[in-house]
Write a protein that binds this ligand. Sequence first.
Ligand code: G3P
Ligand code: CA
Length: 247
Amino acid sequence: MTLGKQKRPLIIGHRGAKGEAPENTLASFALAVEQGANALELDIHLTVDGEIVVCHDPLINRTTNGEGAIANLTAAELKSLDAGGWFDPRYAGERIPLLEEVLAAVPAGVMLNIEVKCPYSGRLQERLVELLERYDRLGSVVLSSFHHKVLLALKQANPRLQVGLLYRGNFVQHRKIAEISGMEVYALHPYFTMVDAEDVADAVEHGYKIFSFTVNDPEQMRRVAELGVTGIGTDFPARLKEVLDSM
Ligand code: G3P
Ligand code: CA
């Protein structure tokens, strides 16, 4: 089977090109774009001094040479750490990026999927909106979270934000999750084993984007692409590009 009348899905670089570079660093995002990613997924937390930084875990222990909780550290303290050497000595000197640095570095045509990993707060909302407005990103960013109440609070505070629901469960109709969420939902982010063609078609027909995560096996990439999803998250953007180019 080929993609046929299905639209080619977006290649979403998960934490950049997580499989080949230290996740959530500028080097990882640059590599993903170089490999053909048309969108980037990244994770955010709020520092103790109200800055938004890009990191997956709430603790810095796994992905830097420091330790502690981001919520207890300042942006300056976090910027002093090495966020690349743990992955490969070639990447020593990479830093935890500020969200602002990512917004400044990533080309305007590359969509951003910003996953909110920290709790909701007024400071988070204000800083996020300030940055997205300054970089003219309100229309090309989707804010996602497994914690739908965080998205609801963000959306209530600023209806212009585009939000996407992350989830791992299986449902008869995935779009129902959006319909019961109590807010206008831009995208659904189902785990890739949980979707079938009928379900994807139903959601797309009702106006939802479907961004499925995280697909690294070429056979599965092909299967998920054939379902008609809007985008596929992967740790290996070059591999996904090769699969899509062959369809
Ligand atoms: O894109 C969804 C995916 O990033 C969610 O899982 O743990 O990689 O943030 P995680
Ligand atoms: Ca994520």
